[in-house]
Design a protein around this ligand. Structure first.
Ligand SMILES: NC(=O)c1ccc[n+]([C@@H]2O[C@H](COP(=O)([O-])OP(=O)(O)OC[C@H]3O[C@@H](n4cnc5c(N)ncnc54)[C@H](O)[C@@H]3O)[C@@H](O)[C@H]2O)c1
Length: 237
């Protein structure tokens, strides 16, 4: 497959390595520092986008407008999801966006929902999410933490929305964001009562899991039309 990497930072470089291992060709590396530009996007059969919250939307639009299937890993732009969804439908394009591409995290998403179901009648316990990432991460809370929060809110009647702070407000699920040097991504869900605590945790050891998931997603959407999720790729639907 001819792949365009949009964003050649930590994730772009990791994805390049995995894509080459899987016998794909990197035809474009689009980054402000590189000679390749988004104008050349039609040279690729599929694009993989890991840039910044500010630049993701226009990159996605360029790919959809040029009929290039796109896998999006950038987080922090999902407030504009509806307009991207509409453009994808109007252009009959192909899009797969995920807040987290790792197989382990996608299993963790399912486990999180199951635990929230089990805890739904246990009003003595309150839930919170802790996420830890490296110091360069631009958005908070992490997209992964937001997906986890949405899973709990859908399954647990005590919560109707999340906040990115430590509060006692009724109905609010607290997400606490911590930044520490060198941490690829750790997420922990805790249910705490005055007697005890139950927690589940996912800790990425490196970025390979995200990169592999992104390449698998690119292989999956390359010849399809529509909007897909990692559940489709991993057969977890
Ligand atoms: N979904 C996932 O599984 C997952 C995993 C890790 C990181 N992320 C997210 O992916 C994004 C990138 O992460 P990273 O660790 O590679 O960051 P990074 O800062 O190392 O790399 C981002 C790169 O994008 C480039 N860039 C900026 N604007 C651009 C533009 N308009 N066009 C092309 N390139 C542009 C920057 O120059 C930089 O090289 C972040 O939003 C991060 O939160 C998602």
């Amino acid at each position: 497959m001819k792949i365009a990497l949009i964003g050649y930072g930590k994730m772009g470089k990791e994805i390049e390595q995995l894509a080459l291992d899987r016998k794909h060709e990197i035809v474009l590396k689009i980054d402000p520092q590189s000679k390749d530009s988004i104008e050349q996007i039609e040279e690729a059969e599929v694009a993989i986008e890991f840039t910044t919250p500010d630049s993701a939307v226009s990159n996605i639009e360029s790919c959809l407008n040029h009929q290039v299937p796109i896998v999006v890993g950038t987080t922090g732009w999902y407030d504009q999801w509806n307009s991207i969804e509409q453009l994808c439908e109007a252009k009959e394009g192909s899009l797969l966006a995920a807040t987290n591409f790792s197989v382990g995290v996608n299993l963790f998403f399912a486990l999180n929902r199951q635990l929230a179901q089990i805890m739904q009648d246990q009003s003595d316990y309150s839930s919170r999410i802790d996420e830890i990432h490296h110091l360069e991460k631009l958005d908070h809370p992490s997209g992964t933490a937001i997906t986890l929060a949405e899973g709990i809110i859908e399954e647990h009647p005590d919560y109707d929305s999340w906040v990115n702070e430590d509060t006692d407000l009724k109905g609010k699920l607290n997400i606490l964001s911590h930044r520490e040097a060198g941490v690829p991504g750790t997420h922990e869900i805790t249910y705490s009562s005055s007697i005890d605590e139950i927690s589940i945790k996912h800790r990425a050891k490196n970025r390979k899991g995200f990169a592999l998931g992104a390449v698998l997603a690119a292989e999956y959407i390359a010849n399809k039309k529509g909007i897909f999720t990692m559940k489709d790729v991993l057969n977890l639907a």
